[in-house]
Design a protein around this ligand. Structure first.
Ligand code: ZN
Length: 103
């Protein structure tokens, strides 16, 4: 994933966060582009600190900002399932196999 300078269409330099051609400061673009990952990382930290609610909020934001961010998506799903408000399993149908006597 790279950030292109909107003026020159060349990839920005990751270290200086600027355009190597026109030297425009592209730090804002980098922050926008990586905001989902930043939120995801903060969510991981929040989880480690035991703050599930904060982590959930950050993950929602991360997925909204970057729907293709699979790790955030998966973590969000697993949190949603095992969360306090989640009723994990619905009513399981009685699908036990019976010995139907066949002729
Ligand atoms: Zn440029």
């Amino acid at each position: 994933m790279e950030v292109l300078c909107p003026l020159c269409r060349v990839p920005a330099d990751r270290e200086s966060l600027g355009c190597p051609s026109c030297r425009e400061d592209l730090g804002v673009l980098f922050r926008l582009r990586y905001s989902a990952r930043i939120d995801y990382n903060r969510a991981l930290e929040a989880l480690a600190a035991g703050d599930g609610a904060l982590a959930l909020g950050l993950l929602h934001r991360a997925v909204a900002a970057e729907p293709g961010l699979e790790p955030a998506r998966e973590l969000l799903e697993s949190l949603s399932v095992s969360g306090p408000a989640g009723s994990a399993s619905g009513s399981a149908p009685m699908a036990s196999e019976r010995d139907t006597p066949s002729e």
